[in-house]
Design a protein around this ligand. Sequence first.
Ligand SMILES: Cc1cc2nc3c(=O)[nH]c(=O)nc-3n(C[C@H](O)[C@H](O)[C@H](O)COP(=O)(O)OP(=O)(O)OC[C@H]3O[C@@H](n4cnc5c(N)ncnc54)[C@H](O)[C@@H]3O)c2cc1C
Length: 485
Amino acid sequence: MSAVTEETYDVLVVGAGTAGIPTALHAARAGARVLLVEKDARIGGTLHVTGGHIAAAGTRRQAERGITDTVADHLADIRRISRGTARDDLVSIVAENAADTVEWLADRGFAFAPETPRIIYGHEPYETARTYYGKDEGLSILAVLSEELDKTTASYDLTLWLSATVTELLTDEAGAVTGAVVHRRGKDVTVTAPAVVLATGGYGADPELFEELEGAPLVSAAARTSTGDGIHLAMAIGAGLQGEGTYLPTFGGLPDPRTPGRANWSDRQRLTSERAPYEIYVDRDGLRWVAEDEESIDEKERALAQIPDQTFWTVFDDAALERARGGVEQMVVGKEPDEVRAMMGQRPGLHAADSIEELAALAGIDPKGLVETVARYNAAVEAGHDEEHGRTFLPAPIATAPFYAVRNHAITLVTFQGVDIDASFAVRDESGTPVPGLYAVGEVIGAGATCGNSFCSGMLVTPALTFGRLLGERLGEAATDPDRN
Ligand SMILES: Cc1cc2nc3c(=O)[nH]c(=O)nc-3n(C[C@H](O)[C@H](O)[C@H](O)COP(=O)(O)OP(=O)(O)OC[C@H]3O[C@@H](n4cnc5c(N)ncnc54)[C@H](O)[C@@H]3O)c2cc1C
């Protein structure tokens, strides 16, 4: 049976993930009474699945490796990659403070992957080696945050509620946010707090909101907790959104064997400029739609957004698969040729056949279209010239059976629209006026804010950690300010 109880804190942080944990622990260390509410049974949110790439210029680690880099260069790279479509005010805060975020992690034993910082080619690359990640990807970040959270709950006024969901924001007559309703242990608890921080993540696991905001097919590899709650909560009290029109899908993983509509990011084909492609990409009609050796991953992602159902197949022969061994040459990340062969016919979307026609029929591609496309491609290889798409890497015909087709969807790892904030992380209403008492950090503000209409290496995890730290420190200081009302 539901009953209402009441609790009071200085700061209520909604969501114990990438952005919420740093917000809460820095606010508490600066002296605030903090409640951190997490709907899942464990902390971490997207940190359980993310690559956890962080981007920062001017770090000790770069200096130790003789890498010269500046905040200005980082900003210039972001502006180039995003074509100036990201929020310059927010991106500047990230670039200026990202090195401190990396040092904060480093000083707490962050397990850097030894090869980092490096240039990452999965997205449009930076010009300088400034992307860092942990040996265990996002889990390496979570290891540090989790230990720091434990220490903070032990020594400061920080309370963590797990399996507790914020269901409603509370406002006063003037429209200021005064707290929230938290559903916990079968009861609704009214939590009063002068500062409420939404750190609830994106909406990649909320098909309805995704359809409403993007109107594009959703194949998700987002965390299952990314259900858009912060956006629903903020919209219900009149918050504005930002990032409209910045949506961009990315090359995906193999279809999830169990859940239709999801993709496995851990089993993904290498479709970036890291390796030269021996395969062709075809759509449902069997037609090629891009030069497979296009160096710009960004150009390829934009072309992908335009094809029917954002679905395509890589088609290759056994000779191409046989040579795709070792590191970046592999067709599927981490899989040697025999492991890829073993998946054919066993996993959804992966097919092998002795003829192109049979392959097309198995895969659901138009057989006539595919047969003609492969013939045209083989003729282009023979002529050394691809008239259709201008591909220049034409190493070998698709001619050695068995032939393979692997289905690929554009996938959504992150979502681009979100709650509009100002440069102090205060949520703004539809007229652009800050809503007193309400803040937002992390993917709830939308990837468009810090990546614009692009994927910029590290430009979600870095803002989440950095904005969380900066906002937490500020809210903590405000809570201890004797002049506070
Ligand atoms: C596979 C994958 C790879 C990625 N790789 C990178 C990368 O390498 N670099 C990069 O910069 N970005 C990457 N991203 C994106 C990045 O990881 C995320 O944008 C970021 O981690 C999100 O942080 P967050 O704090 O906003 O959300 P989360 O870390 O997801 O935390 C949100 C938390 O809020 C909780 N919550 C939600 N609603 C409520 C509610 N109503 N009440 C209470 N709690 C609630 C959730 O359960 C969750 O724990 C990747 C994403 C994916 C999916």
